[in-house]
Each structure stands twice: as structure tokens, then as C-alpha cells.
Design a protein around this ligand. Structure first.
Ligand code: AMP
Ligand code: MG
Length: 440
């Protein structure tokens, strides 16, 4: 267990070590809307042609082509309107020579008809003397419906959506591996799938530690601060695709923290803590979790696991804990407490964990090269530094926002990128190219 705990880890080593111990969650069947953002694990084929029947793409009149061949504004074709066909109509009139059926968008093409004449190309049946208000689902295959004057000839198939013109029965609708966004969910519904088999979103439990912490709507007693980490990290977990549960702040008491984590194991695929991981007197996470090999889960020896606390060559975010605990060997990431450190650590380590468990291909944030518009005078040697910045896409430049200190939450909230100053670099001249991690 001390193996690796007493040396300095690079950012990449720590991340690789974490991800190397994880595999995507087992697939489950979910209701369509619960599957948003998830990875499909089955090939979905189209069971019935889309659209399932020939239908009209316009409001107008279903006609026979021959009847409109000579139609022109000065000598319109005059057709007998034999009834209405609304979307959803199951009973259809047959359109014979010299006849038309009034038809609505999406309604089935009635037998005999070969094309649709849009209502704009007609007099709208104005001369018919029949009330022409269209009612939804109205079908009037028999009613004496008067006449319509058609001013333009129709060509065969005009404004008719052919059966299967979107997808044929047996077509592959979506392949396994597809991430389900809104259009994909729409397609699944269109082909009649109410549920799908996907990798679920990981359930991420977020808890912060610190006896100084109070809820945002509580008044601050002397020495107290509002708990911001549990909010930022819960929101970040959601943004990464997880189902996130925010557990409030836990006091700096070893037994309370252990009991809280133990209680949360039941609903967690990942546990994220903040604070209490450095070397202070009340660094409760470290104290509670370093020695938990025998305290989590029933089968202590095999299933309990442990959390290893490491020093990373990184700024901010030097102290990090990772381990797998409890009977299910649930991954736990213990992040440092300073709000900027916690958030940067989340972006670098927790977000890839969530994305790995989801099985999506895009595990990491996009990294681009950009010119740094201002000089960075001092960057710690031997550490990978992540400064907050604003990235300007148009000019390909990034501008530092706020300083390097890890308590600067306001600057963090006005940044949209992390400027990466690599381990060997101790200063950056204005105009130099740097790596930039784009945050949404
Ligand atoms: P720690 O790592 O617990 O020593 O915390 C480091 C610093 O971050 C201290 O100034 C804490 O007060 C602050 N801090 C820890 N947790 C939170 C939190 N959840 N919200 C805001 N600040 C925090
Ligand atoms: Mg603390």
C-alpha cells in the first residue's frame, strides 16, 4: 500500500493508473429519455419502413395526374372533392377520374391518387359551397364535398413521401457504440423503441469535508465559509454525463466521514470527496481512508480495497487520493479542498473516470494550441501547472484570468479554459504557444 505513496507522480501517470483500473459499466435497459447521452450497446434495426405508408408532404388535394395535365390559371381543372383525409385517417376514399380528396400533411395518400396539389395551387375549394373547415382526424370519404379548381398540373409522386423513403425495414437505424443525443432519441422513438440497451450514466456521490463549511443559504459565523466545492463538483459531474448526488459537507471527524461514505456506497458508482487530503492536523479524509482496508465491506481482505494518497507534480492539485473501496470496489477520488484545486482535479481525473464508465470514446477534454496573450512570469519547475484562462477562438489566443492561487473562485468562474504550463517550463513569454484545455 505504501508503494507509490512515497514518490511524486506525474499527472499522466496518476490518470493512467486510475483509468487502468476501470471498465465501462454493464449495460442496462433504459427508458428512452433516461438513455440521453448514453452509449448504445445494441444495433437497432428499423422494424417497419419509415414512413410506414405513402403520405402527403403538403396540405392540399390528392389528385390523379391525368386530370390536371391541362390545368392553368386561366382554365383550371375542376375536380369533384369527394372527402377529407386527415393525418391519422384509417378509412380512405378512392379517388376516381375527375375527383380529388382534400388531404392534410402526413395523411395517407388515398387509393387512386398519384400526386398532391398544394392548396396554394388551387382555389381552396372556395366555390364548393361546403363548409371547408378541416377538423383533425376528420374522414369524410362519402360526403358530397363540392369542387376545387386546380391552377397547375401535378406530376406523378409530387408532394408524396414514399413509404420507406426515410428508412427501409431492416435498415440499420443506429449502430452499437452510438452516443444517444436528441436526434438519435427521436429516431429510436420513430422506429417504435420505447426502451434501449445502453451503458448507464454513472452515479457519482459528491461530498465535501470541512468543519468550517456551511450551506450557501446559511449565515456565516466567524471562521466559517460556504461550501462551494460540493456544488461545483456535483454540477461538473452532471455536465460530464453522470447522475450526481450531492451529499452536504461532512465535519472533520474520522468516524462521521467513514460512516457517511459507508452509507453512500449503496448508490455510488464513483465517490468524490473534497478537502482533507494534505498534511494538516485535521486532514480527515486521509486519516479515515488510508487505513480503511478492514473497515469497508464485509469481506475485508478481498473486497475492501484501500485509498492511496499521492503527491502529484501538479499545481494546483498536489495531494490526490485514489482507491477502490467497499464490496463493489467502488472507485473513490479524494480531491484537495481549495476550490480551484478541486475543480481542476475534477476536470483532469474525475471527468475521464465518468466518461470511461459510460464507455464513450471522447474521454478527455479537447486540447488546442493557442498563443498566450500575456506573459506568465513564474511557473513552478517540475510541476505541470494549470492556469485559468479565457480562450478566444477567433484569434487562437488565450488570456490568463486571475492568478495562480487556488482559492480564486471568481476568476475560475470567468474562465473557460485551462492554460497548461508543462513541467520543464518556468516562464512563458507573451505570444508563445501553449496547450489549452477547453472547458465547454
Ligand atoms: P483542505 O484541503 O481541507 O485543507 O482545504 C483547503 C482549503 O479549501 C481551505 O481553505 C478550506 O476552507 C477550503 N475548502 C475546503 N473544502 C471546501 C469547500 N467544500 N468549499 C469551499 N472551500 C473549501
Ligand atoms: Mg479541510
Amino acid at each position: 500500500m505504501s508503494q507509490g505513496a512515497d514518490r511524486v507522480w506525474s499527472v499522466s501517470e496518476h490518470l493512467a493508473n486510475i483509468l487502468g483500473q476501470l471498465a465501462p459499466l454493464d449495460p442496462i435497459e433504459l427508458q428512452l429519455l433516461d438513455a440521453q447521452g448514453c452509449v448504445l450497446v445494441e444495433d437497432v434495426t428499423v422494424p417497419v419502413a419509415l414512413p410506414p405508408f405513402e403520405n402527403s408532404s403538403m396540405d392540399g388535394y390528392a389528385v390523379r395526374v391525368a386530370d390536371t395535365r391541362a390545368a392553368a390559371p386561366e382554365h383550371p381543372a375542376v375536380l369533384e372533392v369527394i372527402g377529407d383525409v386527415a393525418a391519422g385517417s384509417g378509412v380512405l376514399p378512392t379517388v376516381g377520374p375527375g375527383q380529388a380528396a382534400r388531404i392534410m400533411t402526413g395523411a395517407p395518400i388515398p387509393p387512386g391518387a398519384e400526386a398532391v396539389v398544394p392548396v396554394e395551387w388551387t382555389d381552396g375549394g372556395a366555390g364548393s359551397g361546403r363548409a371547408t373547415a378541416m377538423t383533425a382526424h376528420s374522414v369524410d370519404p362519402s360526403g358530397a364535398a363540392g369542387e376545387v379548381r386546380v391552377h397547375q398540373p401535378a406530376t406523378a409522386g409530387q408532394f408524396v413521401r414514399a413509404r420507406g423513403s426515410d428508412a427501409a425495414a431492416g435498415d440499420l437505424a443506429l449502430a452499437a457504440g452510438t452516443v444517444l443525443g436528441p436526434p438519435q432519441i427521436g429516431l429510436l422513438a420513430a422506429v417504435g423503441r420505447g426502451t434501449v440497451t445502453v451503458r448507464p450514466r454513472p452515479r457519482v456521490v459528491v461530498l465535501s469535508t470541512g468543519s468550517e463549511l456551511v450551506e450557501p443559504d446559511e449565515e456565516l459565523a466567524p471562521g466559517r465559509i460556504h461550501d462551494s466545492n460540493s456544488y461545483a463538483l456535483t454540477a461538473a459531474a452532471r455536465a460530464a454525463g453522470a447522475i450526481a448526488y450531492r451529499v452536504g459537507a461532512v465535519a472533520d471527524e474520522v468516524e462521521t466521514l467513514r460512516a457517511t461514505i459507508e452509507d453512500q456506497l449503496i448508490r455510488a458508482d464513483v465517490i468524490v470527496t473534497s478537502g482533507g487530503v494534505s498534511v494538516g492536523a485535521y486532514d480527515v479524509v486521509k486519516e479515515a481512508l488510508s487505513s480503511l482496508g478492514d473497515s469497508f465491506g464485509d469481506d475485508a481482505g478481498s473486497a475492501a480495497g484501500f485509498v492511496q494518497f499521492r503527491e502529484l507534480a501538479m499545481q494546483p492539485g498536489k495531494p490526490q487520493g485514489f482507491g477502490r473501496i467497499g464490496p463493489d470496489r467502488t472507485p473513490l477520488l479524494a480531491l484537495p479542498g481549495n476550490p480551484v484545486s478541486a475543480y481542476v482535479s475534477f476536470e483532469l481525473f474525475v471527468r475521464p473516470v465518468i466518461r470511461t464508465l459510460m464507455g464513450v470514446g471522447a474521454v478527455h477534454r479537447e486540447v488546442v494550441r493557442a498563443r498566450c496573450s500575456a506573459a506568465i512570469d513564474r511557473s513552478p519547475e517540475g510541476k505541470r501547472q494549470f492556469l485559468r484562462g479565457h480562450y478566444d477562438h477567433a484569434t487562437g489566443t488565450v488570456t490568463p484570468v486571475g492568478g495562480a492561487a487556488s482559492h480564486l473562485v471568481k476568476a475560475l468562474a470567468h474562465a473557460d479554459a485551462l492554460i497548461v504550463v508543462s513541467e520543464a517550463v518556468t516562464s512563458v513569454a507573451a505570444g508563445t504557444e501553449v496547450d489549452v484545455v477547453l472547458l465547454d
